[in-house]
Design a protein around this ligand. Sequence first.
Ligand code: XMP
Length: 519
Amino acid sequence: MQFQNIKEKILIIDFGSQVTKLIARRVRDLGVYSEIITPKDIKQFRNFEKVKGIILSGGPSTVTKDKHQSVPKNIFSKKIPILGICYGHQLIAKIYGGKIRSSKKRREFGRAIIIKKNNSLLTKNFFNSKKNVWMSHEDAVVKLPKNFRAIAYTQSSKLTIIENRKENIYGVQFHPEVTHTENGKLIFKNFLFLICKIKKKWNVSSQKIRLIQDIKQKVGNHKVICALSGGVDSSVAALLIHKAIKKNLICIMVDTGLMRKDEFKYTFKIFKNKYNFNIKLINASHLFLRKLKNISNPEKKRKIIGALFIKIFERESKKIKNIKFLAQGTLYPDIIESRSSTGSKTSKIKSHHNVGGLPKKMNLKLVEPLKEFFKDEVRVLGNSLGLTRNISYKHPFPGPGLGIRIIGNITSEKIKILQEADYIYINELKNSGLYKKIWQAYAALLPIKTVGVMGDSRTYEYTCLLRAVTSEDGMTADYFNFPKTFLDKISNKIVNNVKGINRVLYDISSKPPSTIELE
Ligand code: XMP
């Protein structure tokens, strides 16, 4: 474990819920270090002295089957407070002799109203009598386990919150970690500070020195290579590594020609001039354009862009002698996902190419200084390293770039048109103070031309689609509710300033059922 200096932590046992990482985020947001481990790993886990509380996550399996995921019973005898969520709640009930039934009658998906029955430390100030929460379960606890009492219920499930005050064990059937649960954060706050009595000590910036030391120790005098894209993750990872080993970090920047307007130049300027990085620039835009000619299938585009990127990166890095390490901006959620507790993978909607994780053949050891952090924490870390906020607060940008935002085939003319429209849109968002309220925004170019009228002339031009979403992690998203004045202004500005566009649409679909990108 990287953080030997952590004195107190919360352990989260992951039974495979899609939202387990949100539990860890909520806990860290409250200033407490949390770590996710699998049910398999908890069996080998010995170092309990730092653990001040355990949270059992939700998950897709059912305790009603003989063979179900569980935890070693001895974690209940360590006098460490335990909170079970959904599957975790049912597991606690099962272990303590309660009854769980799987029934269509009792299942609850989405919003539900819970009603208070008894007071509990866990729900202090949480509700007067009722609260809106978010549920996702078919199994329900139908008989109270021994030494537990009921704290709250819903119309369909009578034991929605339960507690064993003496042993400090709590179960909630709903998901306090998702934003749809009103004031869910308070459940964690109460659990952490009233029940576990843990102190608020977690602070990302304070990890900076330790991280730099770790890199120095790991890398020694060897060289590290890094693909620098100018995104938050690769920028913060590179900055940390640069602080540790200076010129022994060599960054490769590949210009695919599919970046936002001026983005490539800007990134180069910042890292070269401001931070004095050792950067190798490769202009490959003509190559990408040639390989993408007449390709309109989104997955084919992704494959071509990904494969070409790796090819160029490998070729260029082979020209540099004595490289031992490859730096990657891998984040904690990537690590959690790659060691799924159930081994099952959610079905692939789109193949996501990212620069990270790809050059496997190169036989390099990995340096991944951000692998214990969430994106928001990486932004804070970036700020504390002096990274310009233009980068640390940048919206996510997909690896294939504008390649998947020009719907249909890609031409240099279309790239230019889109870059202009996108530039106006993003600048307007920044100028109006909306950029930081939005998780991701972009302009796309649709492959349809429509008729318009400008002055006295008829036009027949492309359609531009604007997208802006709010989200926590990109898994689900809502479209951003712009004031009409903003939409009026931006549509006007784009049509008046970008030759080639005569119509602007705003995408009002959420994810699911749509996705954030169009392709
Ligand atoms: P979707 O469109 O799947 O996007 O809702 C979720 C998030 O992933 C990003 N995205 C990609 N990132 N390579 C990437 O590196 C890709 O091929 C890719 N496709 C989507 C998207 O921008 C959003 O942040």
